[in-house]
Write a protein that binds this ligand. Sequence first.
Ligand code: KIV
Length: 282
Amino acid sequence: MKKKLTRFDLQKLKGSGEKIVWVTSYDYWTAQFAEQAGMDMILVGDSLGMCVYGYEGTIPVTMDQCIWHSEAVRRGAPSTFVIGDMPFLSYQVNCDEAVRNAGRFFKEARADAIKLEGGRRVCPQIKAIADGGMLVMGHIGLTPQSSGQLGGFKAQGRTIETALELIEDAKAIQKAGAFSLLVEAVPPEVCKIIRDELTIPVYSIGAGINADGQLMIVSDLLGIFQAFTAKFVKKYANLGEETLKALRAYADDVRAGQFPEAQHTYNMVDGELPKLMAVLKK
Ligand code: KIV
């Protein structure tokens, strides 16, 4: 059985040149494949709102949904470092709510860490959760839960002012006690500055190669998510097309009377069929 990474392993790998590879997963089966493929970490992202539930964004996602999906992922990937994602309004109100909700990921889903979105304004929550003995990952740049404030799902840190804001946010998050930081949809040069400034690992999704590791949304990577494709997505498969092909072939077979075939059915126990027929004739 593979050995699950710890925060100390992740810390040691920072700057070693060895990249951490991780994906999102929302269910048992993709978690199994992620573990078999040797992913270092799995994020049970609140992107499940879009990828699993068909919402337009992540705002409607609830704590219960995140817990259920995290439980399923944990069952599928018992030896992988699993991060639960704090959904909208599970930590913004105050530190007490943040600690209680973060704790649910550890108690109910046996997560290894949680992630929450935001910069300096969520540092009190990061500190409170870390002080509660839990591992917290920060998330800055394009933070989907505040996409309304950001004017949509847009790249961040593209001007000197906004880049400087992000750098300050990153430093504050580290100071508050986060064990790592995710940077989303930010120019690679800005991500590099953040990675070089911080002592904790800095991971990228859409922030280029200058990071301690890369995250991809599994539904994007597999070519399943159809609503839109972000600039930073690389599709490594087209399971959407494969799925359509398989479903259409099944429907065609059933309608043509070609499924099921004898090999897909069960035989009665030897000698039982004539007896049944005899009974029915009486
Ligand atoms: O929910 C998620 O999958 C995320 C990524 C977009 C970073 O937070």
